[in-house]
Write a protein that binds this ligand. Sequence first.
Ligand code: SF4
Length: 701
Amino acid sequence: MNAATPTHCPYCGLQCAMTVHGDSAADAAVAGRDFPTNRGGLCHKGWTSAELLRHPDRLTAPLVRARGRLHPTTWERALDRVADGVRATQRVGGPDAVAVFGGGALTNEKAYMLGKFARVALGTANIDYNGRFCMSSAAAAGSRAFGLDRGLPFPLADLGAARAIMLFGANVAETMPPLLGHLTTAADAAGLIVVDPRRTPTAARAEDGGGIHLQLSPGTDLPLALGLMHLAVIDGLADIEYIHARTTGFDAAWPAAAQWWPGHTERVTGVPESRMRRAVHILARSRRTHTGAYILTGRGAEQHTTGTDTVSAVIDLALTLGLPGRQGSGYGTLTGQGNGQGGREHGQKADQLPGYRQITDPAARAHVAAVWGIAPQALPGPGRSAYALLDALGADGGPRALLVHGANPVVSAPHAAHIEDRLRALDMLVVGDFLLSETAAMADVVLPVLQWAEEEGTTTSIEGRVLRRRRAVNPPAGVRSELRLWSDLAVRLGQPAERFPTDPGQVFEELRRASAGGAADYSGISYRRLEAGEALYWPCPATAEDAPDHPGTPRLFLDRFAAADGRARFVAVEHRGPAEPTDPEYPLTATTGRLAAHYQSGTQTRRIPELVAAAGDVFVQVHPDTAARFGLRDGQTAHVLSRRGRMTAQVRCDVTMRPDTVFVPFHYPGPGRANLMTNPQLDPTSAMPEFKACAVRLEAV
Ligand code: SF4
């Protein structure tokens, strides 16, 4: 075992490069490694990630529930119980009675194999994953505008040269701190523009450099984007030549933006016209003077019932200014989860097959079925999307058994108490994890799996670059890789073992073939090339034996977009507002988000004392006048109540908050769960829930 293993961070989509020093969990330590995205830097989470490898809470034996409690058992007994449960459930309810819920943290190899395991070994259509709650709306909007979704269609380091960058609902100073370094040119040139209902550290950085914070009312991102597009047109900043040459649909989209006069936009969004005008002029000037202008969306714009349309409005703005598909300028979305990009490409989505193929496309089905050695008609069709799947658990006609891998929906799903009820209604809940998450604690069977620095594999970062995760330390006795346990289960369910390889390298070779010819084509990427240090961005198709290897595609769309006619599409969208408006009973809007010291549902980071100390207890951030209106003061414990439930948090007064808005982080368990109150209504296009706006009131405890 190498005593200095180059790999990547286990947490977010930036996938910072790091070196794991030491060859055992007990003495492992991490250090940042020079790499274009993190340039040697790591955030607090990354620095402390080696603690996970030796954490005393680590699961090292399968657990099965008996008499209401989880008891250690052998792998054979645990897997037998799962296989028996699958067979019994499907005997009564058919193949779709067993469902699978995956995660955006799974490596590419595991995301691929989980989709295959679900559709071939279980024969179920019901597989989706937690990325549906993350960036599915941006993926849908990117696909319909450009014909292809890749989070950043350019290398992240390109941002470093730009003098104007608009972050639409992204708080990178807390979620991806090393990324902030790439925004320095823009920030120092007074060109960083942050759209956020809160004065986040990112918004503060923008203002400190003379940039702009557009502090909009939650849920008004879409009209703000249309209002900015309107200003670009009436102020003569639209790139007419680009619109004619590279896009289609402007004439249909313009009437929607035309009605968003600056004064009207200001009344609805709360953003002063002067700030909007300054922002759009900064972007246009930077593009015209070739000093670079980018617009990037994050969860703030995307996690709405209008998420897809909101991102479409932002893309319409970017197209009006002539940014996408231009060297040094562009639009992108900042994927959040560690393998948020790869996790959505290899077939764990309800509607997709590997290579980003649509499951309803006969040619795609035939291609993937041939790789899997099955008949196309044996492939199930599209299944339920993530929340719809969870909502149907245990209900009439819904799944009665669920396998969860790489997710913790008890904390991360909207309307979390309802989801807990649905999980309780199951005949069998199986969770694969390396720590006892809140969801695992409810399971009938818990399967202890490898974690990041114990296994080989690949992830695909925020910029579409495929990266090698490497094994740095030996796993503890008693744990297995997901690849092995899915293979073991598949064999118990009657599949040939050779159809479910357990070696990540072998799985990647199969993934390459399955992705060949698809939008996310990995067929030219190999472990060999990655080990040689090549920077490979998909699409990277295989070439003929005697031809040079394909170099990959760091920058997409420079010559043409991915639609058949090569043009980007404007999409006409209308403002509908949050699904749940405020009223006298629930007069405030709650918005949720992340903290610097925690990651997602907190299963990992809530176990690292240094991070726990840095993050503190769960809080509700509120303007002091608003707190006073509800008879509350700073430091007091309060309930935040919505129509679905209430969470409990400490009041944190902050004069920079909008008086109509409260903010709660979503990493905490138990009564501090923000998702006890969030709204599970879904975006009709992407099935994204409305995490970023629900009507609430405050009460003293
Ligand atoms: Fe890890 Fe993300 Fe922090 Fe980088 S920014 S160290 S990838 S959590």
